[in-house]
Design a protein around this ligand. Structure first.
Ligand code: NI
Length: 396
């Protein structure tokens, strides 16, 4: 079966590179993936999949019926949106849209979903279960997965696979991560209300800027001294504003930031914990506060058995030299976690780095991928899907 998949992938490789370059040249921003979605739907239809468009606004779902008796579904999710970045590469298929670029590799992801669908559709007779290809929009704004789930993309899905390109792993290798892959990312907004006064008479005022500074220091120190260091938290206040003149004590300050965490229990406790600290500081100095904590996406927690399955598929396909076990999670965020609220899943990293030259990071205007990774990605996904339906797997 593996050799069939590899042969199909090699035969399809020029077509897949053509698809990827087309997508790369025609990027679309989050929630506006109209042409991309139509293109994806066209390819899926030509492979004989049952296709549903406008799922999750601009998302596409394609379903491949297996021949087994199991009517549950394996999900394979890829994302389609680009970023508001002006491309600065010199590739001939560079973005034709000023200010929009596939700088996070979602053009490659879309190609991987399509390539896997092409391969599995040619092996339909030996595919023992169903596969649903979920092409989601708006991952960059962490909205698309929620839209897809709301529109039923996870209905009857027993497990789900995801993939993200990774420039610091060389092309033709994959990165496997057990446990937490990415962080929960939440938004924080804090208003401190003090009392204005003359800059020379602090005893007659309640200095909101000084109290805000105390609150920031208290939060950072409390992370270091009251939280389990093995369950990391990053709290970044990225915006702060207040005050009107150098000699007038500010009565009000607004701060806004992002809060990243990996452990689900820590994540659950964060809003009350932060509000408590800011409240106590304000109370101590006679000020008041308002803390708005908005949940973003949860942490991606890779399912153990499914991660083992992807690892085994990659090792068999490429040899152990091409499989890296990643020891560290990322504190970036990924809305793949929202699918994991419906079914267990796992996301792996696909190396796209050039072995012998500088690899720019994701979201960089000169980000480029080594396209030989595309075959690695589709073979790994297609073979893992076949293995999934062959091996005894957990109930969802
Ligand atoms: Ni991305």
């Amino acid at each position: 079966m593996l050799s069939t998949i590899k042969t199909l992938a090699q035969t399809l490789a020029p077509r897949l590179i053509e698809i990827r370059r087309h997508l790369h040249a025609h990027p679309e921003l989050s929630g506006q993936e109209y042409q991309t979605a139509a293109y994806v739907a066209g390819v899926l239809s030509s492979c004989g999949l049952r296709v549903e468009e406008a799922v999750g606004k601009t998302g596409v779902v394609g379903e491949l019926q297996g021949r087994g008796e199991d009517n549950r579904i394996l999900g394979i999710r890829t994302d389609m949106d680009a970023l508001p970045i002006q491309e600065l590469t010199s590739v001939e298929f560079a973005s034709r849209k000023p200010g929009i670029m596939h700088a996070c590799g979602h053009d490659v992801h879309t190609t991987l979903g399509l390539g896997t669908a092409m391969i599995l559709s040619q092996m339909q007779e030996s595919l023992q279960g169903n596969v649903r290809f979920i092409f989601q929009p708006a991952e960059e704004i962490a909205q698309g997965a929620g839209w897809m789930v709301r529109d039923g993309a996870m209905r009857d899905v027993s497990s789900i696979f995801g993939v993200h390109v990774f420039p610091s792993i060389p092309a033709q290798s994959v990165g496997i991560r057990y446990g937490a892959l990415t962080a929960a990312a939440d938004d924080l907004e804090i208003f401190i209300q003090g009392e204005s006064g003359h800059g020379a008479r602090p005893h007659e005022a309640k200095d909101a800027i000084w109290i805000a500074a105390q609150a920031i220091c208290a939060l950072q120190q409390a992370i270091a001294r009251t939280q389990n260091p093995l369950r990391p938290i990053v709290l970044t206040i990225g915006q702060i504003a207040g005050g009107r003149a150098p000699n007038v004590i500010a009565d009000r300050v607004r701060m806004a930031g992002t809060v990243r965490s990996l452990h689900p229990e820590t994540h659950a406790s964060l809003p009350a914990w932060i509000e408590g600290i800011v409240n106590d500081i304000c109370k101590m100095y006679g000020a008041s506060c308002e803390v708005n904590y908005r949940r973003g996406v949860p942490s991606v927690q890779n399912d153990f058995a499914l991660t083992q399955l992807i690892e085994a598929a990659a090792r068999e396909a490429w040899g152990s030299d091409r499989v890296q076990i990643l020891t560290e999670p990322s504190l970036g965020a990924e809305d793949f976690s929202l699918y994991l609220e419906s079914a267990p899943g796992t996301m792996f990293r696909l190396g796209v780095g050039y072995p012998e030259r500088l690899n720019h990071p994701l979201h960089h205007p000169e980000f480029e991928v080594d396209e030989s990774a595309i075959v690695t990605g589709v073979v790994t996904l297609a073979y893992a899907a076949c293995k999934y339906w062959q091996s005894p797997h957990r109930e969802s």
